[in-house]
Design a protein around this ligand. Structure first.
Ligand code: BG6
Length: 463
């Protein structure tokens, strides 16, 4: 045993409401529920979010399985479309309140720390149809109201909150690269929605503090997928391109979350290119004054960047790619099922970046993981999936994280995506990420080899 982690380290896993619960008894549809209803062919094997991994019905036995594999903490998200019956007045849905109370109480009875996130790509579709979703400041205010309601209802027991999961993915998916409904391609609208998401997070944090949740042991964060930007070479052009990609894809949310400000050079670019967001001083002050207590960092893959070689195609108007191109680095290690590079060393770079440039704020790895297709072929005679590749993936990342902790970064936990194989956006059940497998036909849930392994890691607080 040579990698021991700090005392009370979180060994856990993360999922989200829309990906695990199933749509049972929800008063509203989110953008993905709606998209599946109108275009099921956009989803792998036409499997939608209707049942997902049935957490709505099986949360008790599911959480017991998490306990069985040694997890001491668990993140999920509360669906706006389940908790709130009237999106304008914020009148609650009784069954939604019952359900989230039951989940929280079950976690606590098992000694599992619940981490509750408030938004995981699941905008109520009505708010898109009526107001253009995150482009609207009214939607920002409705989100803050929903957040306040959640704090009022549950903050007596939930002490760890997050406002958003991966806000940049909402921008990429909804406004740039067409992988979230309504698949708009519009850089200017993307920039406005980005500001509004940062504002919505700050307004929710303000509600948290106005209610005194912080005086009651509560802590609030936001969850960002950091994709450290590595330039192709040390040339000035490549470094400049990489810095711009970093500002857009990482710092646009990381800076306001921790420092309450946006990267100046990014704002300069937006102004110069006539895509700058609309905002006022009062809103900027809210962002300035309501930064996070801690950070959740999802890390899956790095970003390899080079200066533009081919002229930027203006067909779609302004796009961040005006300033860089993706670099396909030869010889990189890759997860072929997801097409993502595997680069565990970046875990250390993230750790040091937070230590040196982000006030050494407390943080945890809120997601990391490896999605693999066709895992059932790794089943042994006892029916257990032998996912040694996942154990190797986690170990590699934990080693670099541990090195970062030794160097003084303030990291207090590691969550795998995900505890039990869950539904995922367009990929549905194609790639499996869990410590626990889900047989879609029999609905049976079985601990994989990695789940048994995690039990030992958690017991030993290291490996
Ligand atoms: C994260 C998201 O980016 O990656 C999850 O927070 C998602 O919602 C996970 O499921 C894995 O990505 P994918 O697309 O393979 O499911």
């Amino acid at each position: 045993m040579n990698k021991i982690f700090p005392k009370d380290f979180w060994w856990g896993a993360a999922t989200s409401g829309p990906q695990c619960e199933g749509r049972f008894n929800k008063p509203h549809k989110n953008v993905f529920d709606y998209w599946f209803d109108i275009e099921p062919n956009k989803f792998f094997n036409e499997v939608g979010p209707n049942v997902a991994s049935n957490f709505y019905n099986s949360y008790e036995s599911d959480l017991e399985m998490l306990k069985e594999i040694g997890l001491n903490s668990f993140r999920t998200s509360m669906q706006w479309t389940r908790l709130i019956k009237d999106l304008e007045t914020c009148e609650v849905d009784k069954d939604g309140v019952r359900f989230y109370n039951a989940v929280i109480d079950k976690c606590l009875s098992l000694g599992i720390t619940p981490v509750m996130n408030l938004h995981h790509f699941d905008l109520p579709v009505e708010l898109y149809e009526k107001y253009n979703g995150w482009e609207s400041k009214h939607v920002v205010d409705l989100f803050a109201k929903f957040a306040r309601k959640a704090f009022e209802l549950f903050s007596d027991r939930v002490k760890h909150w997050a406002t958003f999961n991966e806000p940049i993915v909402i921008i990429e998916g909804q406004y740039l690269y067409k992988h979230h409904y309504p698949c708009v391609v519009n850089g200017k609208r993307a920039v406005q929605a980005s500001y509004n998401l940062a504002l919505a997070s700050a307004k929710a944090i303000k509600e948290f503090r106005d209610l005194g949740c912080d005086k009651n042991g509560g802590k609030i964060s936001t969850i960002l997928n950091l994709t450290p930007s590595y330039p192709r070479s040390n040339s000035e052009e490549d470094i400049k391109a990489s810095n711009i990609a970093d500002m857009f894809f990482n710092r646009m949310f990381l800076d306001p979350a921790v420092h309450g400000t946006f990267p100046e050079k990014l704002v300069e670019i937006f102004k110069k290119d006539n895509v700058m967001w609309e905002c006022n001083e009062e809103e900027n002050n809210i962002i300035k004054e309501n930064t996070v207590d801690y950070l959740g960092v999802n890390y899956y893959q790095p970003s390899r960047i080079m200066a533009r070689e081919i002229e930027f195609d203006k067909i779609n108007g302004w796009m961040p790619e005006k300033y860089f191109e993706r670099y396909d680095m030869p010889g990189k290690r890759i997860n072929p099922h997801r097409g993502w590079e595997i680069y565990p060393e970046a875990m250390y770079d993230v750790a040091i970046n937070i230590r040196d440039n982000y006030k050494n704020i407390p943080w945890y790895v809120s997601e990391n993981g490896m999605g693999v297709e066709g895992e059932s072929k790794f089943k042994n005679a006892e029916g257990i999936i032998e996912d040694d590749y996942r154990i190797e993936f986690i170990t590699d990342h934990l080693k670099w994280l541990h090195k970062g902790i030794e160097a003084g970064t303030n990291c207090f936990g590691y969550h795998l995506w995900t505890p039990i194989d869950c539904w995922s956006w367009n990929n549905a059940y194609k790639n499996r990420y869990g410590f626990i497998s889900l047989d879609l036909e029999t609905k049976e849930k079985t601990i994989k080899k990695s789940g048994h392994w995690m039990k030992e890691v958690s017991k030993n607080n290291g490996f």
